[in-house]
Write a protein that binds this ligand. Structure first.
Ligand SMILES: Cc1ncc(COP(=O)(O)O)c(C=O)c1O
Length: 373
């Protein structure tokens, strides 16, 4: 957020900012969603909805998962939330008590850590490196002093973009079932992967796990604030009671319009975005390699490249500030995602336009050379 603030300031004073910092698509919702939203304004009252989401949307989400993962999923399994961020808060409150231990990967998405800490949970970070594609493994879980109350995994991950091996995910899901650990599988970047990389879902192995989804990434609808969970029955009532108190329901217009996100027409538009991300990814990885930045997490999915820039700096925040000041390119410093080793890492987002990606690389090249020597 500090980077966004500095970038906004730079945009005001210089008007030349290219952001490779934002973790969101640069495009609007797909055309069928926009049409449905316009129609909804005239045709619907748009008052409160059912707390757990409207039935037509829950049915559309269930069909989507059943199709993607090849497993039976019912509308009753789906709980719609205010972004996946809303799902995390509800779930953590429903599933964990103060003092419970919840495990996650480091580097990882900082909001897990911050929200859990705010709720009084004990966060244990697994030091994940290139050997495990920056993902937790069963061996790491076996090495814990005792089974934790919860484990959060994300695949494709933020900030690394790495995808967990399907066999390892299944083994982790079984381990969690056997040890009474609630597995929370953040699958909000599903639909965005490259080459032969394939995502799989925790629900393919265990319906005792929680799958987290969102319209924010593949569906290009961040500001519509809709997410969801595939939730085991044991947690439904607690989540429903919390949600009815905390938000009443997710945004009504987003729920009505989002049904159109799960159509063939939307998919065609959204898949074109993924093809653009793939082009941008190649431009970025080639440009970084040319600039001497070669120590990267395998960018299997999402729209991130996470790089070690230890030869350039041991203070990623200051380095990013300097890059912004000298080039107008905004990057996300690794310290946001990794409080131990993030002082020498940086995250590049390639969710923007291809033109911007080329321009950003052209601007970064002399800066990398100048600073890298
Ligand atoms: C891994 C991960 N999970 C969850 C979120 C939250 O997304 P939203 O609340 O928009 O669904 C993000 C946002 O960047 C993310 O990267």
């Amino acid at each position: 957020m500090d980077v966004f603030k500095a970038a906004a300031q730079r945009a005001r004073t210089h008007g030349d900012v290219l952001s490779l910092a934002a973790g969101q698509p640069s495009t609007s919702a797909p055309a069928p969603v926009l049409r449905a939203a316009r129609e909804a304004l005239d045709a619907h009252v748009l008052g409160y909805t059912e707390t757990l989401g409207t039935l037509p949307l829950r049915e559309a989400i269930a069909r989507h998962h059943a199709h993607e993962a090849g497993i039976p999923v019912h509308a009753d399994d789906v709980v719609v939330t205010t972004g996946s961020s809303g799902a995390f808060t509800l779930l953590f409150l429903a599933a964990f008590d103060v003092g419970d231990t919840v495990v996650m990967a480091r580097p990882g998405y900082p909001a897990y850590r911050n929200t859990l800490a705010a709720l009084g949970c004990r966060v244990v970070e697994l030091d994940c490196g290139i050997e495990s594609r920056f993902q937790p493994t069963v061996a790491m879980l076996d090495a814990l002093p005792e089974p934790p109350a919860g484990l959060i995994i994300a695949s494709p991950a933020n900030p690394t973009g790495t995808i967990i091996d399907a066999g390892e995910l299944a083994a982790i899901a079984r381990w969690c079932e056997q040890h009474g650990t609630l597995l929370i599988s953040d699958e909000i970047y599903h639909g965005i992967s490259y080459g032969d990389a394939r995502t799989s879902s925790a629900w393919e192995t265990s319906k005792e796990s929680v799958v987290i989804g969102s319209v924010s990434k593949y569906f290009s609808m961040t500001g519509w604030r809709l997410g969801w969970m595939l939730l085991p029955w044991t947690l439904h009532r607690a989540v429903e009671r919390l949600a009815s108190n905390m938000t009443v329901c997710p945004p009504a217009i987003s729920q009505v319009a989002a049904i159109a996100a799960f159509t063939e027409e939307s998919r065609t538009e959204l898949d074109a975005h993924v093809r653009r991300y793939a082009v941008n990814r190649t431009i970025l990885l080639d440009g970084l390699a040319a600039g001497g930045i070669t120590d990267l997490a395998p960018a299997d999915g999402a729209f991130y490249a996470y790089a070690d820039i230890g030869h350039l700096t041991q203070d990623s925040r200051a380095w990013c500030e300097n890059v912004l000041a000298t080039t107008g390119v905004a990057l996300a410093p690794g310290v946001d995602f990794d409080t131990v080793a993030g002082n020498h890492t940086v995250r590049f987002s390639f969710a923007g336009t291809t033109e911007h990606m080329r321009e950003a690389l052209a601007r970064l090249a002399p800066a990398l050379r100048a600073q890298g020597g």
